[in-house]
Write a protein that binds this ligand. Structure first.
Ligand SMILES: N[C@@H](CS(=O)O)C(=O)O
Ligand SMILES: [Fe+2]
Length: 226
């Protein structure tokens, strides 16, 4: 394991590895076990994780890899205000997203990504996730897009196993295309010349206000538990 990792990272990484290796025969991991590991790790290592938070102000969102092995990848994503990912599947991986700072809106289409060639309906479900909330998705659950509202936002993602490309759908036409997952930084090595630390661009550690639950937007379920 690389020396840049703090003891907290090493412990978390080895616990994740244990969880992912023991999986089931279909290689599917107990979601709640990973959520529990996320909670423990983030609560004790918030400042270390923030060191990975680099931003390219010209992009929707910036992808910063912390670590990757054959079982999982762990990354910090930084979302500029009003950034949005395309509607996408996750290449067969299980995905956990925890909000560290700010807020995200998730639009979910409850469909089989590999049977669809176009997605041009409103989402089936919309949820909002605030600091400490965890969203989970895999291709059986459907496809999603993540949107950031006005607050600059940082999220921690884990994908098991890692995926390099996935099926995406154009937000305006609904047409499918393949998107590649490119990293702007990898284990603190900057790959993109436009990167600056999140704190330099958006300021320090002021507590972000809980923007509340917007589950009435589409009158459907909300994962916030309201
Ligand atoms: N899955 C996306 C982020 S999100 O929109 O869930 C990615 O890895 O880029
Ligand atoms: Fe995603």
């Amino acid at each position: 394991m690389n020396d840049i990792f703090s003891p907290g990272f090493r412990e978390f990484s080895s616990q994740l590895l244990t969880a992912f290796c023991k999986g089931t025969e279909h290689n599917v991991v107990d979601k709640s076990e990973v959520i529990h590991l996320f909670e423990k790790f983030v609560d004790n290592n918030f400042e270390t994780i923030q060191k990975y938070a680099y931003v390219d102000p010209t992009k929707n969102y910036t992808r910063n890899l912390i670590l990757e092995n054959e079982h999982f990848s762990l990354m910090v994503l930084c979302w500029n205000p009003y950034a949005k990912s395309c509607i996408h599947a996750h290449g067969g991986s299980q995905c956990w997203l925890r909000v560290l700072k700010g807020q995200v809106k998730e639009c979910l289409w409850d469909c089989d990504p590999y049977k669809e060639s176009k997605i041009n309906t409103p989402p089936h479900r919309v949820s909002f996730a605030n600091p400490n909330d965890v969203l989970y998705i895999d291709d059986n659950k459907g496809v999603h897009c993540i949107e950031n509202l006005e607050n600059p936002t940082i999220t921690l993602h884990c994908y098991a196993p890692p995926y390099k490309s996935s099926k995406c759908f154009d937000a305006s036409t609904g047409a499918e295309f393949i998107g590649s997952s490119i990293f702007d930084s990898e284990s603190l090595l900057l790959k993109n010349p436009n990167l600056s630390p999140f704190e330099e661009i958006y300021g320090g550690d002021e507590v972000m206000e809980d923007a509340g639950c917007g589950c009435d937007d589409y009158g459907k379920d909300c994962s916030c538990g309201h």
